[in-house]
Write a protein that binds this ligand. Structure first.
Ligand code: G
Ligand code: G
Ligand code: MN
Ligand code: NA
Length: 254
């Protein structure tokens, strides 16, 4: 198991790296964004996945400086793609509960946007239902403050958390990301097909954009297309890849 010390060392020695998973507009097939996903490039162990260190970073509080590094790096990278002449795309960054609870979160996001020069409309922050519901009244104020910066907000892993649908009405959310556990067995599993259909219809009635996660097959994509799901993310199009491979994909699909 990782220790606070080894994670701190890794952060100080630039051992973390961001991969990016493309997000594709289902109607046009164009890449319209990426989700930034952290990995640890360990000198001996190779690429360590986030589930092996994010929970520890969260429990010892190191997720706060680490999350700030993720946010800054993702904004710089996205700005670089724009500067290279690619059509502007958004970048989605995952926020942990501990980060969300920081009193200076909104200031941190604001100063990273200013420092990197990324236009706020291209930054999407992903939060989970559980995170938002932990202290719902406080969360609403914070979400509105984030929205006032001009950024976009997404609910990640939608349908898997502890939540009330009430928050969809109260929170200034732009996007729902349907958790991949609902996507994996469509269209064959009629329960999952019904759930996915209902989520998309509800989201659209609430004027929210819907992203399907974990899309692995053409049959899943066709089902989602028929339901007018807006965007997809998954191995069918691309795994999470290093930044230079995103540039290659953007170049090929131009
Ligand atoms: O990339 P992968 O599919 O292995 O990601 C596994 C989990 O790690 C996902 O739930 C994802 O949300 C989380 N994760 C990846 N990168 C980050 C990050 O930068 N910050 C936080 N808080 N979670 C992340
Ligand atoms: O929880 P979150 O959605 O933030 O994390 C995304 C995670 O899902 C990453 O670990 C990523 O590697 C994984 N992932 C992305 N696309 C697929 C897919 O098509 N199938 C599966 N099984 N996992 C995926
Ligand atoms: Mn996510
Ligand atoms: Na997810």
């Amino acid at each position: 198991l990782e220790t606070e010390k080894s994670l701190r060392y890794a952060l100080d020695h630039d051992e973390f790296v961001l991969f990016y998973q493309p997000q594709v507009d289902i109607a046009t097939g164009q890449i319209i964004g990426t989700e930034a996903l952290i990995r640890w490039q360990h000198p001996e162990r190779g690429l360590v996945p986030p589930n092996q260190f994010i929970p520890i970073a969260e429990s010892v509080g190191l997720i706060v400086p680490l999350g700030e590094w993720v946010l800054r790096t993702a904004c710089i990278q996205n700005k670089e793609w724009q500067a290279a002449g690619f059509p502007p795309i958004k970048v989605a960054v995952n926020l942990s509960a501990r980060q969300f609870e920081q009193p200076n979160l909104v200031d941190t996001v604001a100063s990273i946007l200013e420092e990197t020069g990324l236009h706020p409309q291209y930054l999407h922050l992903e939060i989970t239902e559980t995170l938002a519901m932990k202290n719902a009244n406080h969360a609403i104020d914070k979400l509105y403050a984030l929205k006032n910066l001009g950024i976009q907000l997404s609910i990640d892993d939608f349908g898997t958390g502890y939540s009330s649908l009430n928050y969809l009405k109260k929170f200034p959310i732009d996007t729902l990301k349907i958790d991949r556990s609902f996507v994996g067995d469509i269209p064959g599993d009629s329960d999952d097909a019904a759930i996915v259909t209902a989520i998309i219809a509800m989201a659209h009635n609430l004027k929210l954009t819907v992203v399907a996660e974990g899309v692995e097959s053409q049959a899943q994509l066709e089902f989602l297309r028929a339901q007018n799901c807006n965007e997809m993310q998954g191995f069918l199009f691309s795994r999470p890849v290093p930044a230079h491979e995103v540039a290659q994909l953007l170049y090929e699909k131009k």
